[in-house]
Design a protein around this ligand. Structure first.
Ligand code: DGI
Ligand code: FE
Ligand code: FE
Length: 191
């Protein structure tokens, strides 16, 4: 699928603000793909569709989770997490995307997970550092993104978990597992 066709499809699912975010995530993700020698076309598609399900009704997303093979524990956590896994399923169903690497990057873009693939890391990080974002500590992550992909993902996870904890919110287990995974991996490298 060509970029423009994909953008036209996703635009119908989003408002202007989220569409503009999607373009910035896509441009950032392609730049990261160049930096880390990942397939640019796959990264582009995953980034374009990463927030495909962002504005589906909570009830519809809940139904998709209940009726599919998606993990049911999602329902015990923040509904903000659902658009990743549900989005991966719906782009397969409604857009016909079958590439597992792309679908997985969409699925895990919010929470992260252990053993993330390069495309998963790139989409996860591009979503976090795109130029429209302003989180505390983001400048260091932006810098690190071009130096060490794993360390940048680790920092993004660290910031997100710290933010959720400060708000006394739940943290989805895979986000914690991802944090521990990168922590251990970086530790091993520095030994
Ligand atoms: O969809 P976006 O707004 O572009 O970004 P996203 O897919 O990363 O979703 C963002 C929100 O999800 C993020 O601001 C924090 C919230 N959130 C709630 N619970 C969790 C969580 N994020 C992670 N990583 N883990 C959680 O358990
Ligand atoms: Fe998202
Ligand atoms: Fe996003």
């Amino acid at each position: 699928m060509e970029r423009q066709e994909a953008l036209d499809i996703v635009k119908k699912q989003l408002n202007q603000k989220r569409y503009d975010h999607t373009i910035r995530v896509t441009d950032t993700a392609i730049a990261l793909a160049k930096q880390y020698q990942e397939n640019e076309k796959s990264v582009e598609m995953a980034a374009i569709f990463h927030d495909y399900a962002k504005y589906r009704d909570k009830e519809e997303m809940q139904r998709v989770i209940v009726e599919s093979d998606l993990p049911k524990d999602l329902l015990d956590y923040h509904a903000e997490l659902w658009h990743g896994p549900v989005g991966a399923l719906l782009v397969q169903r409604e857009v016909g995307i079958t590439n597992e690497a792309i679908l997985s990057a969409i699925h895990w873009h919010t929470t992260g997970k252990v053993h993330m693939s390069k495309i998963e890391k790139i989409v996860f990080l591009a979503d976090y550092i795109e130029p429209g974002r302003s989180f505390p500590g983001i400048e260091e992550v932006r810098e690190q993104a071009w130096i060490n992909l794993d360390y940048a993902c680790f920092m993004a996870l660290q910031n997100t978990i710290a933010y959720l904890v400060s708000k006394q919110q739940l943290v989805y287990p895979d986000t914690v597992h991802a944090y521990n995974y990168f922590n251990k991996q970086l530790e091993e490298l520095s030994e």
